[in-house]
Design a protein around this ligand. Sequence first.
Ligand code: PEP
Length: 251
Amino acid sequence: MRRPLVAGNWKMHGTRASVAELIEELRQLEFPAEVEVAVFPGSLHIAQVVAGLAAGAVKVGAQNCAVQAEQGALTGELATSQLVDAGCELVLVGHSERRLILGESDEAVIRKFAAAQVAGLVPVLCLGETREQREAGATLDVVGAQLAAVIDALGVESLAKAVVAYEPVWAIGTGLTATPEQAQQVHAAIRAQVAQADAEVASGLRILYGGSVKAASAAELFGMQDIDGGLVGGASLNADEFGAICRAAGN
Ligand code: PEP
């Protein structure tokens, strides 16, 4: 039985004041015990969120990390050991905004994934195709290649302590959501690809869907066989909406 995970990616949003408000609102919510909940604030606010949500049910993650676990001369980056020291338990790796806007390569994604695990963070590996790639019928090839890059470099066993998030780029922040059937098709392909290498790792692997998830669409998406929760961007900035999405994952 895979425990659903709902992860809120706050992206480059928030001030100390607005983050304080959101923390307070999250503290008022009751999350279903069977659902794991995590939020990913911007780096500046990680300490504030860790302190504000202390001893609560919500885990804190980072949106990015350096390619190494150890501290060192790498201006502007955060070593994964520093993220652990700050109270993070997870980290997003390979979000499409980093791959496509900031030019993050598969090689960097692999190194960040490995650095996360060295430090004891759970990497949330983001995969997804662009609209052009979907229209060209290349979705499964693109997502399969992004996943294969990690499996080939780090071994399928590296996925035993990781989470995968399928996030079609055309659905992120656009209000367009993949249909449950479209998402399920890709999730099933991801699980089958992992199963080819290790059936046990595949059956335990949590695969989240991300892309304009809202309370109204969450239950149907999360009801699909291979969808184990969501990576939620915009809607995670609204505590009530985020709470409703978390409850949908518990049903
Ligand atoms: C995301 O950034 O991972 C995401 C899914 O964003 P949104 O929910 O806003 O589409």
